[in-house]
Write a protein that binds this ligand. Sequence first.
Ligand code: PMP
Length: 384
Amino acid sequence: MFDLRQRLEARRAAGRQRFRRLTDGPVGPLQRVDGREILTFCSNDYLGLASHPEIAESLRRATRIYGTGSGSAHLINGHTRAHHALEEALAEFTGRPRALLFSTGYMANLGTVGALLSRGDSLIEDRLNHASLIDAGTLSGAKRLRYAHGDAEAADLQLARAAGNCLLVTDGVFSMDGDLAPLPALAEAAQAHGAWLMVDDAHGIGVLGPGGRGSLSHFGLGLTEAPVLMGTLGKAIGTAGAFVAGDEDLIEYLIGAARTYLFTTAMPAAIAEATRTALGLVVREDWRRERLQQLIAQLRAGASALDLELMPSATPIQPLRIGDSARALAAAETLWAQGILVPAIRPPTVAEGQARLRITLSAAHEPAHIDRLLDALATIRTPQ
Ligand code: PMP
């Protein structure tokens, strides 16, 4: 039957078995991890909002009003005024007529792609798209056509081979590389072939564009160029959940057709209220994005002075490619020994030979934290 012991042993032998560290207290640059005070460069809390007192207070207040659990799906009696107000705020934030809340980004991708496509249709995907988009394609039953990372011409060639309803889907900011998709060229290719462009902006929302409105807004693209926008709330926004924003018909259609919307419990209303508070801070506090840019510049200049070549990225995801998995793990261990947590990202999360240290920055970091990281990076060996 299921010989899990054997499977686990094989995984361990291949260095693929994962383990979890135990953290205490709120997410932040300094956190207790496995009982030690650690300087972390690994969360997606890009704006430093995940433990903001105003948002926490909003959560407490709303819990007194709504309780802790929503009790049912949105279509039963789980859709409160708090959820509704957040959807309206997200629609306004993204400059789109409507938005729809999902419980996680993973579910938003599965539900949306699955509702839009079926057998006979085509999903055109960047090779480095997030796992949830890859899984969404598999589940949808559509023909899957992948193109070379960030290559709009290759996407165009795949669009020419596609059949049925065609959805071109890409991360806005790639989660393991930190680079931006060539959204204007992808939008043009999609439009030329009568396809729709869907952008998963999990790592762009809050960080890029005016007011943190994301990668599409960074490029000045809107609903016409990209009819489907997915954003998550558990990263820069500092809470949990996700949304899809688009026109009236898209949202009404998803309400009835997205299975991960229909058949799951609504996020707690208090989370929705806290998220609305967070959204206000995201828009108002430009200094957080400015601070991030300063920290990114400091890290990149410091790494370059050490002859360490960070991958090309202008976002808070600043990976250092190591190549070999064992070396990446050893590098992470060297940092850990100095009280710094930077994860080694290895296959299958990235391709074979592409293991890396995934350094992520937050507006909550201080310049002195970056100096400490640079001092520690100076002690690791990278291949020349
Ligand atoms: N898309 C991308 C690009 C992501 O990085 C993630 C989370 N790592 C998700 C979707 C899933 O979002 P969530 O964590 O809210 O399920």
